[in-house]
Design a protein around this ligand. Structure first.
Ligand code: ADP
Ligand code: MG
Length: 232
């Protein structure tokens, strides 16, 4: 069990992060270029040839994954607007649905609070929850469930994403948000830093509960929009 509170430091961290991502994508490109140059040579034995192609491909997949994790972050100076939480999360569940299906993961949604708004940038908000959901799905090796719950009170909205996956040790939980920390073969370790930065930029906080073999729960708390408060 681990509790993580984030401080406000706004968007400068996001532009720093995207600069480092451009740098990171260059590495797999350089490696792939090197293997293609080697393959250009006719004297490469057949089995070497295959392994060069495999390595070049896996580097390209990695580059692609880095870009996926950081989709939309290159656009700077995005305007903050009131976002309809349920609407944006529906967008997220539609995006991840095929991926969940492919991994035999049942996505369950429970909306206990509707018409609730938070201030943010839609593409960042979506990317944040796509990354959380993606990690949840990837933590489930043999099928299971990903539960998404929206709750709220007069001042805050709570978005809870719970997976029935492999869970994490306290050490691993502690490392979340550290750039390049990954336990996956083709991982980037850039998904959670992004999640943390985005939540931070929206004045939110993240609580993580996880236990090896017992799944993981991400609870993200945001203040409700100051421009668009519900009068119930
Ligand atoms: P990546 O997914 O590319 O490995 P992330 O930054 O998204 O990079 O995640 C870093 C690591 O955190 C993962 O490799 C995994 O070990 C751990 N992790 C994140 N979310 C979960 C989860 N829901 N269940 C188990 N482990 C997780
Ligand atoms: Mg990830």
């Amino acid at each position: 069990r681990e509790k993580i509170y984030l401080e406000t430091d706004k968007l400068s961290t996001i532009s720093q992060l995207s600069a480092s991502v451009s740098h990171e994508v260059r590495n797999p490109l350089t490696v792939t270029k090197g293997f293609l140059q080697l393959l250009y040579n006719d004297n490469v034995p057949e089995e070497k040839r295959k392994s060069y192609i495999d390595l070049a491909l896996s580097e390209l997949y990695r580059g692609e994954a880095i870009i996926t994790d950081f989709l939309s972050l290159t656009k700077s100076n995005q305007e903050t607007v009131p976002l309809d939480v349920v609407k944006e999360l529906n967008y997220v569940t539609n995006i991840i649905y095929p991926y969940a299906l492919m991994n035999k993961v049942d996505v369950q949604t429970s909306i206990e609070k509707e018409h609730v708004f938070v201030d943010g940038v839609a593409s960042y908000f979506r990317q944040c929850f796509i990354n959380i959901a993606k990690n949840g799905i990837e933590a489930i090796p043999n099928g299971g469930a990903l539960q998404l719950t929206v709750k709220g009170n007069n001042t805050h909205v709570f978005i809870i994403i719970k997976d029935s996956g492999i869970g994490m040790t306290p050490k691993e939980v502690e490392k979340l948000g550290t750039r390049y920390f990954t336990t996956k073969d083709k991982g980037t370790g850039l998904g959670t830093p992004l999640i943390f930065r985005i939540v931070q930029s929206m004045n939110g906080s993240i609580d993580i509960k996880s236990q090896p073999g017992d799944g993981t729960e991400f609870k993200v708390t945001f203040p409700v929009s100051s421009f668009h408060s519900e009068s119930a």
